[in-house]
Design a protein around this ligand. Sequence first.
Ligand SMILES: NC(=O)c1ccc[n+]([C@@H]2O[C@H](COP(=O)([O-])OP(=O)(O)OC[C@H]3O[C@@H](n4cnc5c(N)ncnc54)[C@H](OP(=O)(O)O)[C@@H]3O)[C@@H](O)[C@H]2O)c1
Length: 295
Amino acid sequence: MLGLNLAMETTRRHTVFGAVNHHALKTDAFTVIQTDLLVPGAVEQLLEEIRPDWVIHCAALANLDACETDPLLAQQLNTELPRTLARSVARSGARLVHVSTDSVFDGQRGDYSEGDIPTPVGEYSRTKLDGELAVAEADPTAIIARVNLFGWSLTGNRSLAEFFFNNLSLHKQVMGFKDVLFCPLLANDLADLFVRMLERKLSGLYHVVSSESLSKYDFGLRLAQRFNLDGSLIIPTSVTESGLKATRSPNLTLRSDKLADALGAPLPRLSTGLDKLYTLYQQGYPQMLHNLELH
Ligand SMILES: NC(=O)c1ccc[n+]([C@@H]2O[C@H](COP(=O)([O-])OP(=O)(O)OC[C@H]3O[C@@H](n4cnc5c(N)ncnc54)[C@H](OP(=O)(O)O)[C@@H]3O)[C@@H](O)[C@H]2O)c1
């Protein structure tokens, strides 16, 4: 979800190469390179081929339940691959943005800043935190960006926004967690922020999230409102009643003032992201993404 949206946004002003593994893409918008980054030597070969100025690392095992089922793959993709990549990028002289997650915190408190000690719960969170530490050690100039995002995706069902949109469009009832709080940012807006961070030569750890926090239930309601869908189909639910396999952290709200200070402007609010999500929808962007995949 993130990589494709970043590529689509940044390709307007930059030359973009997008690495894919299982999802073969056909597009003239940027150069697609098929590679399994876990194959020994693949990272080095990719960097040698492209010789990039900037690398934005989005590949991960980002499905929480999949990480619980296959902790070894989670460790390889979320910890070892970032370590290898950061070492190689540092050697090449390129600048790296490593994408991490708000889930490095246990969500018991919320309003976390970059100085707070992470307390990960579950395989996804643990392996992502280890990935952060590995990157910081291998390349101290790297940007480590903790994000939470929504947007349109290749498969059409990757993000929470799509979950609400798809179900509400079919007039289906869905659960909305009242007790899970977060600061989601539109994936497309992350592109602009990452580019500005790279242009300003920032390095180190940053929270790159919306300046607004809300519950997942309220997110669903706000989306329903923006898309003129029936918000009463969203049933306010507690996450403890949901039966999900991996534990969800209740309050993952992050402070983003460190980045706002560095950029000299506050980070986008949710309404801006939802307006853009709607505009993209009106422009046929979700269908355009879907058509990129070679079936
Ligand atoms: N989604 C969220 O809400 C969220 C929240 C917080 C943080 N994040 C972080 O944001 C980043 C992007 O997440 P996302 O939601 O965009 O994840 P995603 O949609 O699951 O995408 C992950 C990508 O990793 C690629 N990949 C996996 N194994 C690979 C391999 N061996 N070689 C090459 N590519 C490989 C996949 O490529 P193929 O599909 O081609 O296999 C896929 O495109 C991750 O670091 C995640 O931890 C996401």
